[in-house]
Design a protein around this ligand. Structure first.
Ligand code: UGA
Length: 435
């Protein structure tokens, strides 16, 4: 099928390349000329394992091209809208400027029978409003939320764990479903679960999924706070809870908390939208989820300050990790970067390291100290703090750290190091929620 993808950020670039890899003829469109030039050259504008390979092979097949012109969407049958919906400055609401601009911009290029498919994460009620913009074009609208995780984005797009279509009633809905079935023929042939619903349900699936994940993380982090004052060990607690299949062990890792371009802004936009709908109380707990999450950052900073006896100024601290999670160079709302910036603000001599995220962090916070390697960050540090659990940090041994560091305190902000081994080697190992 002929597809256009409007917006070539994280979501759109991966979607465009993956759809071409599946055999569709795809044009990816973005207003950012630099991004389009990179993508056209087969280079991913961000770090995502597997994406450069899929880009290169899709471009070589001739099925994938990129453009800065919305007019190039003309002739495609299905148009995916994959632009960003960031948090509005000074408010919790999602900024829908880019979604509206994409749909408005598409209208002149739509033909009878075309399908516009929203993939961006939007407040419930947006699709119905956007559908009205298509009146008179002969095109219709569907909402098809995306559940990809950074670091696994290509796999999650090609083999999703479920597909959700929000479609209108009647014949238009039947046609939209048939078109989306054509797009996702491979995944459907592999028995990927499919839920066909109305617009509002499809929109809500996405935000409630992220709200649930955020709540699960903050739940275990709240237990970590209780563990800290009661002497319990939150990692063992999570293991024991996780054996109950109704609860499950995944997303029960206590630590410095969640960040990234999705979970934080999505729970905030959800509370803002619920308030607009007169049901603020229904999701008021998400404010607590947010607050618990942000307190974990304070806790990590406090642990470092305590380890330095309250005298931070000029003291060298190694901060291992900057990205909001491993296998990503994304620093949006990153707890790790936040910890580094705050320690710097307190006067510490911060040596930050991340295998991929340093260029992004340097652009935002040129004042921070960056180390060329984890060893360089650790060299001479009085305290080390692990805040993004990249494999190279998980594999760090206390013996090696001891050779490099001036001090012997490690704050494990992701609870991934073997506490016994570090303690046995003479380190003061401080975990989160571990008594
Ligand atoms: C999240 C969702 O997991 C995806 O399903 C969704 O499609 C995506 O948002 C989106 O809306 O686009 P992502 O932001 O890539 O994906 O990251 P996650 O893997 O969900 O991790 C989010 C944060 O939670 C990270 O900072 C991670 O370190 C933290 N986390 C995760 C924990 O602190 N503890 C855990 O147990 C799990």
């Amino acid at each position: 099928m002929k597809l256009s993808v409007i917006g070539c950020g994280y979501l759109g670039a991966v979607h465009a390349a993956s759809m071409a890899e599946l055999g569709h003829e795809v044009v990816g469109i973005d207003v950012d000329a630099d991004k389009i030039a990179l993508l056209s050259a087969g280079k991913a504008p961000f770090f995502e394992p597997g994406l450069p390979e899929v880009l290169t092979s899709a471009l070589a097949s001739g099925r994938l091209r990129f453009s800065t012109e919305l007019a190039d969407a003309a002739g495609s049958e299905v148009h995916f809208v994959a632009v960003g919906t960031p948090q509005t400055r000074g408010s919790y609401a999602a900024d829908l400027t880019y979604v509206d601009a994409a749909v408005d911009g598409l209208v002149p290029f739509l033909a009878e029978g075309d399908l516009v498919v929203g993939k961006s994460t939007v407040p419930v009620g947006t699709a119905e409003r956007l559908a009205a913009k298509l009146a008179g074009t002969g095109a219709s609208l569907a909402w098809n939320p995306e559940f990809l995780r950074e670091g696994f984005a290509v796999k999650d797009t090609i083999s999703p764990d479920r597909l959700v279509y929000g479609v209108p009633d009647g014949a238009a809905g039947e046609r939209a479903k048939a078109q989306l079935d054509g797009v996702y023929a491979k995944a459907l042939a592999e028995d990927t679960p499919l839920v066909v619903a109305d617009y509002a349900t499809a929109e809500l699936v996405k935000v409630s999924a992220n709200a649930f994940l955020a709540t699960k993380i903050s739940f275990i982090n709240a237990m970590a706070e209780i563990a800290e004052v009661s002497g319990a060990d939150v990692t063992k607690l999570a293991d024991a809870l996780g054996h109950d299949v109704r609860i499950g062990r995944r997303f029960l890792n206590a630590g410095v908390g969640f960040g990234g371009g999705c979970l934080p802004k999505d729970i905030r936009a959800f509370t803002a939208r619920a308030e607009e709908l007169g049901r603020g109380e229904s999701v008021a707990f998400l404010k607590e989820v947010d607050a618990i999450n942000l307190r974990r950052r304070d806790r990590v900073v406090d642990l470092v300050v305590d380890a330095l006896g309250g005298q931070v100024h000029g003291r060298r601290v190694a901060v291992l990790g900057i990205a909001f999670k491993p296998n990503s160079d994304d620093v949006r709302d990153s707890p790790a970067l936040d910890v580094a910036v705050r320690l710097h603000g307190l006067g510490a001599s911060v040596a930050s390291h991340d295998p991929e995220a340093m260029p992004n962090a340097r652009r935002l916070h040129p004042q921070l100290g960056f180390a060329a390697s984890a060893d360089d960050a650790l060299r001479g540090a009085e305290v080390a703090v692990l805040v993004t659990e990249w494999n190279e940090y998980r594999e760090l041994t206390p013996e090696h750290a001891k050779e490099l560091m001036a001090g012997t305190t490690i704050v494990d902000g992701r609870n991934v190091l073997d506490r016994d081994a570090w303690r046995a080697a003479g380190f003061h190992h401080v975990g989160l929620g571990r008594g």
